[in-house]
Structure formats: structure tokens, C-alpha cells
Design a protein around this ligand. Structure first.
Ligand SMILES: C[S@@+](CC[C@H](N)C(=O)[O-])C[C@H]1O[C@@H](n2cnc3c(N)ncnc32)[C@H](O)[C@@H]1O
Length: 324
């Protein structure tokens, strides 16, 4: 297999470490504004992500956190904001210049944030495909805008690595571009566009299947937003290609015997005359009260063909609660 694209990727991010490129990735996601959190300017300029992987709901009970593909270190700082323990957050990157740039950014962050100490972050040189991290040692693992760059076999390997290092029920939070239009082969093979997170995007269902095939039993689609357009004037495409960015949480829950629970923001509402509706499969619907359901349960309820259960469409904005 030709792995030249991985080398091209490293070179592009070596350059992006030395010469910050505002807007290299980036989306409409607002930067977290939190009390007493000041993000250094250079760190902001090196925000090479396409969403957010930092969610306070994941961060209760002092989790051990791993962040792969550090960029300028902004999300590591945000994770440290919630964690505040020595070596509470491990940062891994394959590009030494990027690790060096984020170390400098952490020193700048120390002078702006009295609560912060660079020791909160344990920086390690390493590859997403061979993580320098012990098995079953991490509660929350995250990557932002790196995995979309990987071709299928490498993506599988990167996901396997995340699964290996997570504790049971640990969470993998991902943010990546996805695309429902078939990406022309010439763009997919363009190493530079791939490295810039523009042409490796998979359709959302394929992306989720890659994750569940590794064994993650629960998936939450937390957000989906417009990201980029590849148009025929500027790119080798006959049609307009609309790229979105998604935020996904994959939980290392055991795989249910009937397949993974994928929450895309569907809701079931019972509007019949009984006190409640019980599907005898763990889901009790109270009259006119929405219950978040995974797509599998939504399908099972729809298949009952009842005239007193409404199933809403996917909102791709799922933020907790639910049926499983
Ligand atoms: C698109 S940037 C995203 C940076 C950061 N996550 C953010 O949101 O700003 C990709 C990052 O992954 C790093 N990287 C590239 N290939 C890698 C690999 N094989 N293993 C680990 N990190 C890698 C790059 O050096 C860069 O820091």
C-alpha cells in the first residue's frame, strides 16, 4: 500500500506548526468561552480542528484523557481546564515541530491563566496508528480533524488503537468532516487535499460503521454542521461537493446482540389513550413525552405500524438521555 500520503501529511503539519495558517481547517463551531480561560492568540491561530471534542458531560470523576493530533494545543488546554491534574491529559502527535509549538503555546497559556500549569499535560511523540499508551488506561480519548485524513486500512488501525487504550465504557470523541457526495478518485488520491481535511471525508453512515465495526456498542451523533464546498471551478469535480463536519462520541460499551445503538437525535412520542406504552424491550413511552431513541429502536417502533406513536427525524444533535 502507498503510505506516501502519511509523509505528505506530516510535512504539511510541520509547516503549519512553524507558520500558523488561520482557517486551515476550522468550522462555524464557536470557541469555548469559559470563566477564567484565556486562549493565547497563537493557539487560536493554530486551531486546525473542525468542531469541538470537549464536552463537560464527558469529564466528570477526574477522567484520564488522551488527545491524538495536538495541533496548537487548544483542546488540550480546554480539557486541562476541566481536569487540572498533573499529567491528567496525554497529548500525542507524530510531528515533533507541532509538539514543540504547542509546548510554547502552553507556556503562553500559563501566563494568561493562573489556574493552568503545563505539567497538567503529558506530551508524547507518537503515531495515531501505534499509540504510546497502555491498554485500558484512558477514560476519554479524543481526536479532531485527523482521522478523516486516513485511508480505510489506516483509519481502521487508528480506531483499533483508540479502542485498545480505552477502559471499558470509556469514550472516544471525534470531530471530522463527512460528505454524502461521492468524492472523485482524483481528489481522494490528492495527498495534499487529503492532508488538509478536504478529500478524505466519508459519508456519515460509512464513518459510523467503521467505528462500530471495531466494537464500540454505543454511538452518539452530537452535532453536524456545514464545513466546505469543493466546486468545479477550483477542484477536479464535475459537481458541487458539500462537506459537513460532525461531532461523534463512541462509547466502549459491549456490543448489543442486535447491533450497535446509534443515536442520531430521533425521538419517539406516544399519543395513545393508555397510561403508557411498553414495547417490552426496555422502552416505556409516557403519553406525549419525548423519549430519545437510537435508530435501531426507532426502526423497531416504526415497524409496529401503530397510529399512536410518532417518530421524529434525526436531528444530528444528540446530547444525552435515551433508550438503551
Ligand atoms: C488537522 S490537524 C488537527 C489539530 C488539532 N486536533 C486541532 O483540532 O486543532 C492534525 C494534527 O494531527 C497530527 N498528525 C498528523 N498525522 C498524525 C499521525 N499519524 N499520528 C498522530 N498525529 C498526527 C498533525 O501534526 C496535527 O497536529
Amino acid at each position: 500500500m502507498n503510505n506516501g500520503y502519511l509523509e505528505t501529511t506530516k510535512n504539511i503539519y510541520k509547516d503549519a506548526a512553524e507558520n500558523p495558517q488561520v482557517g486551515l481547517c476550522c468550522t462555524t463551531t464557536p470557541i469555548w468561552q469559559l470563566p477564567d480561560l484565556q486562549i493565547p492568540t497563537r493557539m487560536l491561530e493554530m486551531n486546525y480542528g473542525c468542531g469541538s471534542t470537549v464536552n463537560p458531560r464527558d469529564l466528570v470523576n477526574n477522567p484520564k484523557i488522551l488527545y491524538v493530533g495536538v495541533g496548537g494545543g487548544m483542546e488540550l488546554l480546554q480539557f486541562a481546564y476541566f481536569n487540572r491534574q498533573n499529567a491528567g491529559v496525554i497529548g500525542v502527535d507524530v510531528v515533533d515541530e507541532m509538539l514543540e509549538a504547542s509546548r510554547k503555546n502552553f507556556l503562553a497559556a500559563e501566563s494568561l491563566n493562573p489556574w493552568f500549569n503545563s505539567r497538567f499535560i503529558d506530551m508524547r511523540t507518537g503515531d495515531a496508528l501505534h499509540l504510546p499508551v497502555d491498554d485500558n488506561s484512558i477514560d476519554v480519548a479524543a481526536q479532531n480533524c485527523l482521522f478523516n485524513i486516513f485511508k480505510e486500512d489506516d483509519l481502521k488501525q487508528a480506531l483499533k488503537e483508540m479502542y485498545r487504550v480505552l477502559k471499558p465504557h470509556g469514550r472516544l470523541v471525534l470531530s471530522d468532516p463527512t460528505c454524502e457526495t461521492k468524492m472523485p478518485e482524483s481528489l481522494k488520491q490528492d495527498e495534499r487535499l487529503r492532508a488538509l481535511c478536504l478529500s478524505g471525508a466519508l459519508p456519515l453512515n460509512d464513518y459510523v460503521k467503521m467505528i462500530t465495526d471495531i466494537g464500540f456498542g454505543t454511538i452518539e451523533i452530537r452535532a453536524k454542521r456545514p464545513y466546505r464546498i469543493l466546486d468545479p471551478k477550483h477542484y477536479d469535480t464535475k459537481e458541487l461537493i458539500f462537506i459537513e463536519s460532525v461531532e461523534v462520541c463512541a462509547i466502549k460499551d459491549p456490543m448489543p446482540s442486535d447491533g450497535p445503538c446509534v443515536f442520531t437525535g430521533k425521538t419517539a412520542i406516544y399519543y395513545g389513550d393508555n397510561e403508557y406504552f411498553d414495547d417490552n424491550n426496555g422502552h416505556v413511552l409516557m403519553p406525549n413525552q419525548p423519549l430519545s431513541v437510537c435508530d435501531k429502536t426507532a426502526g423497531n417502533l416504526s415497524a409496529l405500524n401503530r397510529d399512536d406513536i410518532f417518530i421524529s427525524e434525526s436531528t444530528y444533535f444528540y446530547d444525552g438521555g435515551g433508550c438503551c
